[in-house]
Structure formats: C-alpha cells, structure tokens
Design a protein around this ligand. Structure first.
Ligand code: PMP
Length: 360
C-alpha cells in the first residue's frame, strides 16, 4: 500500500483540547473552552424548531444542491443564487477550491500565519504553498502580489485573519484586486465577517461585480452558532461555481444542517445580539491586556491574539489548570483566546492577571 506522495508527512489536524478530557485529566469540575472560536451563546432558538420539523426525514438523502438554502442566502445577501455554493463547513469549500484549481507544479500564495487548512489543501493536491509573512499581524498584500508567478492559481486572503484577528481594509483590498493577474483566483475567507464592526472592512460582495476572480467564503459555524452541523458557503462567479460543482460530493451538506442554516438566517436579531456581546467582551479583555502591558493585535473577529512574553505552552498550561482552554501553537509566546460570555471573559482576565503576576 502506498498513499499518494503529496500526503506523506502531512500533519493530522489537531483541534483544541476536549473539555471532558481536560476535566478528567486535571480533576476539574468546570471547564471553559475558548479555543475554537465558537459562539458561546449557542444558536438561535428558531433552529431547534426547524430541526424538530426534520425528524421524519432522517432516512432520506438531503437535497444535494442545497437549493432552498441557496434561495434563502440569495435573498439575504442580495445575490443571484447561481453565484452560490454550499459546503460541509467552509473547510469543505477550501478543499473543493484546491481540488478544482491545483495540481502538481501549481502554486498557491498564503499568509504566514493564517488558517492552517489552506496549506493542507494545497499540499494534498501536490501543489506548492508559497508563504508570505504577515506584516504587523495582517496580510502583506504587496508582498503577496510579488509572490505571484505564472504557476500561481490561488491566493488566500483570510479577513479577519485567523489567528491574528486583523483585517485587510477595503482600499487595500481593491488596490490588490486591481493588480491580480487573470490566471489567479483570490479566495477571500470571511468566516468571521458578521463580527466585524470596522467601517473600513470591505463590502466584498460589491467587489464581485468588478472582479470576476473572487471567491468569498462564509460560514454558519461562527456567529450563527452551528459549528456541529457543518454548513459554509461560497459566493463567486458562475464560472467558478461550475468548477467547484464538478468536484463537490453529491450530498455534501446534510439535511439538518441545511434546515438549521435557513432558520438561523431568519433570526438576524440573534446575530446582532452576538455581535454586540462579542464587542463588549473584546473591550473587556483588551482593557485587561493593556493594563497588564501585554501586546495584542486589533481583534475584529470573536477571538484575541496576544503576547504574554511567557513561553506559550507554559502560559497555556497555567490557564488550563485554572479551567480555561485557549489555543497555543502559533509562536513562541503568543496565544489566541475566543471571546466567551461575560463570566467566562471575567475568568479569563483574572487568570491572565494571575499568570502575569506569577512571573513578576
Ligand atoms: N476559515 C477560517 C478562517 C476559520 O477560522 C474556520 C474555522 N476555524 C474555517 C474557515 C472553517 O470553518 P467551518 O468549516 O466550520 O465553516
């Protein structure tokens, strides 16, 4: 048996620690998971009703084309439904775009640090990831342009960027898109789109009209709180949709996910509530980081990336023993924490304060 060469040496994705395992391991009664950028408020209660209504349909295959969901999204986003593709999470659309556009010899430009699934998707296809370091925590679009060659097929721009939380502004993005050669597709990953409150953030859908080479990715896993149901979507040009449809699994999005996403879209007040609560959480946490003299990047998503000056694994373990799971593994002394509910954020800032004081 010999698997394909491109997957040799590929690391298996490591999600954040499982709360139950941590509780058992450390003998803790309660654990707060702030490691996967999930919505601490769950999802809209309208989703529960929609899922109840599905209970006599478990034996049927789902609508493979996710037609009703696409219609709902088209109405919500004010785009033609022929410009939409739905995936088993936006993770699957990242995989589809790599499958459809990459092959050995091809290159794809990514930022370093950014969401790890781009690099994995590129490698699986036997293509070459070209990594461009971030500049002050955000994409260095100039350098990314310079990195484009005749072999480049895709450029990934994560906006807000996971894990740093920074954004690329509309003016920067437009200037960048104007210079993108015709043979390159720009994937704009907007998984945290709904959380952004900065007015300079691009209205990427309006950019689609002038730029036939953009694929926008969004998800129901974050602010809509449906991470377990796995629904993401892409907005792009019909020509790109056609290529993605060729590599899509026939029944990629399950029926419960589709029904839940439709119900979730109908409850925009839940989204607004979460967006404001998240902003308050960011203010609380960043105020404490400032008080403690710790560096952080402007947080535009539902997570904060900061530097404790303490080896990341040590800081991670300190917080873990206080019942908080956050995320390390991004660099020597940096950590990423998801914004939680008010009491969870309170526990996070108290633990951070204790961590820093333990070292002074
Ligand atoms: N893009 C980014 C930037 C993410 O952070 C995530 C989730 N961590 C995803 C895509 C994938 O999300 P999902 O597959 O749940 O839609």
């Amino acid at each position: 048996m010999k698997p394909k060469t491109s997957i040799e040496g590929l690391a298996v994705y490591q999600p954040g620690k499982n709360p139950e395992d941590v509780m058992e391991e450390l003998g803790l009664k309660h654990i707060i998971k702030l490691s996967s950028n999930e919505n601490p408020y769950g999802c809209s209660s309208q989703v529960f009703t929609a899922l109840q209504d599905m209970k006599d349909q478990f034996h049927l295959y789902p609508d493979g084309a996710s037609l009703k969901l696409k219609e709902k999204l088209a109405e919500h986003l004010e785009v033609d439904s022929r410009r939409l593709i739905v995936g088993n999470g936006s993770d699957e659309i990242i995989q589809m775009v790599c499958r459809a556009y990459l092959e050995p010899g091809a290159e794809a430009v990514i930022a370093d640090l950014s969401f790890s699934r781009y690099e994995t998707g590129i490698q699986i296809e036997g293509a070459t990831p070209i990594k461009v370091p971030l500049k002050e925590g955000t994409h260095d679009l100039e350098a990314m342009l310079q990195a484009i060659t005749d072999q480049t097929r895709i450029v990934f721009v994560c906006n807000p960027n996971n894990p740093t939380g920074t954004i690329v502004r509309e003016s920067e993005l437009s200037a960048f898109l104007d210079q993108i050669p015709e043979h390159v597709l720009v994937v704009l990953d907007e998984a945290y789109y709904e959380y952004v409150m900065d007015s300079s953030y691009p209205d990427s859908i309006s950019l689609l009209d002038y730029n036939p080479q953009i694929l926008i990715l969004r998800t129901f896993s974050k602010i809509y709180g449906l991470a377990s149901l796995r629904v993401g979507y892409g907005i792009t040009h019909p020509e790109v949709i056609e290529s993605l449809e060729r590599v899509r699994e026939p029944f990629n999005v399950n029926a419960l996910g589709q029904a839940a996403a439709i119900a979730a879209l109908e409850d925009q007040s839940f989204v607004t509530y979460c967006r404001y609560q998240n902003r308050r959480g960011i203010e609380k946490i960043t105020n404490k980081l400032e008080e403690l003299g710790l560096k952080y990047f402007p947080a535009h998503g539902n997570f904060i990336f900061f530097d404790t000056g303490i080896p990341a694994e040590e800081a991670f373990q300190f917080l873990l023993h206080r019942g908080l799971i956050i995320r390390a593994g991004f660099g020597e002394t940096v950590l990423r924490a998801t914004v939680g509910k008010e009491d969870e954020n309170q526990q996070l800032v108290e633990a951070l304060e204790a961590l820093i004081k333990s070292k002074r």
